[in-house]
Design a protein around this ligand. Structure first.
Ligand code: ZN
Length: 343
């Protein structure tokens, strides 16, 4: 432990400069050395992954199968019993952050780079290094430090890829009071913002123009939603878009009761009331499905098969969301058609 770390340990966050230096001293330190994957790359794990992801790409089956590239980290996971080779630097860094009050953690993003395909039988080894510890940042969640860890993955001793994983260790912002307002003002009660990135920016550009855009594969023509950089069916990276006509049906739904969340007041309920609300899985007439809100009907009147129509809801000054309006009262419609319902 360095002098700065000792100072920081004694003084907590009181001595900011020494504390920041103590955190920076972890940059470049090893988090794991010569880790060994618990299993070689194998067909069973590939099959389970593909089933869970709904990825039927033929490259991941048969005698010449490769592993889905995004499985990179899966081959390095230690499971409940953990790994040999962890250095302890990561635990020390986390203890230093916990000690200064940054006790909460949230994973923020990961980046992967693929250098060679992984095939069944490949033996996985890896090293991990603490690549960076940010200066103190204030986010909507609270104030803290971003920690980026880079893992270099090898297959049979050859470089196979890198996996960068970033987390935020933070002191949670003050909890909301009964008015739905926290220490940082009324934004605490707002709907969460969508995460816009280079893969889905076109979708949100469309929403801003009041258009719901579905990606269409340039290879096989398959429509896909949500937006992805490539096609799960044929692997093609080219795509264009088609605009949804706006018709759809409720394919499935759940009703959220807990935890109460003022930003998701029940449609039709008193403004700001944190009552139950329905989350719908809407099947568009074009065939793709999306998760959205069903509006124009109380949460307990949403039904599977209910026809809905797209509209755009201005939630607040910065946020417009596609939502789906129930086309008719479900029980009245069911009665008229003589169809059975829930009662
Ligand atoms: Zn395709």
């Amino acid at each position: 432990m360095s002098a700065d770390q000792e100072t920081a340990g004694r003084a907590g966050a009181g001595d900011d400069a020494a504390y920041e230096r103590a955190l920076k001293a972890y940059e470049g330190r090893s988090a794991a050395t010569a880790g060994v994957g618990k299993d070689p790359v194998n067909e069973a794990m590939i099959r389970h992954w593909c089933e869970a992801m709904g990825d039927a790409h033929p490259a991941y089956r048969g005698p010449d199968a490769v592993a889905p590239p995004t499985m990179l980290q899966a081959w390095t996971m230690g499971g409940l019993s953990g790994h040999q080779g962890r250095s302890g630097a990561h635990d020390e860094l986390f203890a230093l952050l916990d000690g200064a009050g940054y006790t909460a953690v949230v994973a923020t993003d990961c980046e992967q780079e693929y250098l060679r395909p992984l095939r069944p039988g490949d033996v996985i080894t890896f090293d991990a290094v603490i690549e960076s510890v940010s200066a103190r940042k204030t986010t909507k969640l609270g104030t803290g430090h971003f920690v980026t860890t880079r893992m270099d993955v090898r297959a049979n001793g050859e470089a196979a890829g890198t996996h960068r994983f970033r987390i935020l260790k933070y002191a949670p912002a003050a909890r909301r009071g009964p008015e739905g307002r926290g220490a940082d003002g009324p934004s605490r009660g707002k709907r969460p913002r969508p995460v816009v990135n280079r893969d889905n920016a076109g979708f949100w550009d469309g929403v801003a123009d009041r258009r719901l855009l579905i990606q269409r594969c340039g290879g096989c023509g398959a429509l896909r939603f949500p937006w992805l950089p490539g096609c799960n069916g044929c692997g093609a990276a080219e795509w264009d878009t088609v605009e949804a006509g706006g018709a759809g049906t409720v394919y499935s739904y759940v009703v959220m009761h807990h935890p109460p969340f003022p930003a998701f007041a029940a449609p039709g309920g008193p403004a700001g009331a944190a009552g139950p609300y329905a989350v719908g899985l809407i099947e568009l007439a074009e065939g793709v499905r999306m998760v959205s809100n069903v509006v124009g009907v109380l949460y307990d009147r949403v039904r599977i098969g209910m026809p809905v129509r797209l509209e755009f809801l201005r939630v607040d000054a910065e946020l417009v969301l596609p939502v789906f309006r129930a086309e008719a009262d479900p029980d009245a419609a069911a009665g008229a058609a003589g169809a059975g319902g829930e009662g």
